[in-house]
Design a binder for this molecule. Sequence first.
Ligand code: FEO
Length: 387
Amino acid sequence: MTNITISDSIKYVGVDDHDIDLFEGQYRVPDGVSYNSYLIMDRKIALMDTVDRRKGTEWMARLDAALAGRTPDYLVTLHMEPDHAANIAAAMERYPDMRIVGNAKTFAMTAQFFGTDYADRRIVVTEGDTLDLGTRTLQFVMAPMVHWPEVMMAYERTEKTLFSADAFGKFGALDASQPWDDEARRYFINIVGKYGANVQALLKKAAALDIARICPLHGPVLGDDLGHYIGKYLTWSSYEPEEKGVMIAYASIYGNTADAARRLAEMLRRRGEKAVVIYDLARCDMAEATAEAFRFDRAVLASSTYDAGLFPVMDAFIGRLKSKNWQRRTVGLIENGTWAPAAARIMCEHLSHMKDITVAKPVVTLRSAMNAASEQQIEALAETLTA
Ligand code: FEO
């Protein structure tokens, strides 16, 4: 159990989950994940979100201990995704005098998940509405599609604390020490990446608030150097590259396409390229590879031809890039095919549907394995990518 001190009035009552294998049923989380939940203790008590069903019992015990005999007056529901909302019905049953605070979309979703819109116990809020807790006041900020349509944030004016829902969260339990940037990037790009415009709109609204602390629904509470985290969100949500560097992703059947990808990496490094990362799409964490493609300004896709199409993991990878709105990048292509190479044509076709993608010349074609001619093409591609 992770104990976090936030302030005299704001208590952390979230839980770590180290047992989960796949977050959202698809993302590897070797260091677990935290489901954050908070109590604001004032004359009135606000409980800020619940946790995943997997950790309901632990959460309730933690909540009881923090409440020390008091009961919450409000359950503020910032996000209805089940990793935060699964225990709403249980909490409403446990505290029969507690009212639930959400927006109109929140209660359409409680009806779907729990069979009730809490018509007699709800407080429906909209942009700018406030909730008076005594000496503290929550102000609500709507944040649709960051990451679901009902998402909202709550700004506590006295302590200048933004309860930011999924935004500014990261993978990893709170007792795992990892740098914020990498796991926050992997989280943001894969989970919220598609909705960059919505995040930009939210950040504009947040800029008008004097924020001293951010309490997200996953990962650590952020108090220092908020400009760093907000800066990363501005970059990620704008689809601009974060750093100069080349991300190489390959899909290889017998290792020949992989050889070409590694050869290109060597050539790039020899030419002075400082950041070159390489991913075997059949074996890597595809979510990490996706985040790395967003991180760098250039990428290379190297794929075998298979069934007259792309090798399946490359098809899946490009699909992910497309669904996350990947754009504004220079992309090199390497294809392989023993009798009818088609991978480059198909990759070009996919890339043509993405915004502002420039295909670097030349496109490299291997026929089965590297030879002197294809090595020359790879060298020429390295030259173009480092020009
Ligand atoms: Fe952590 Fe969109 O839920």
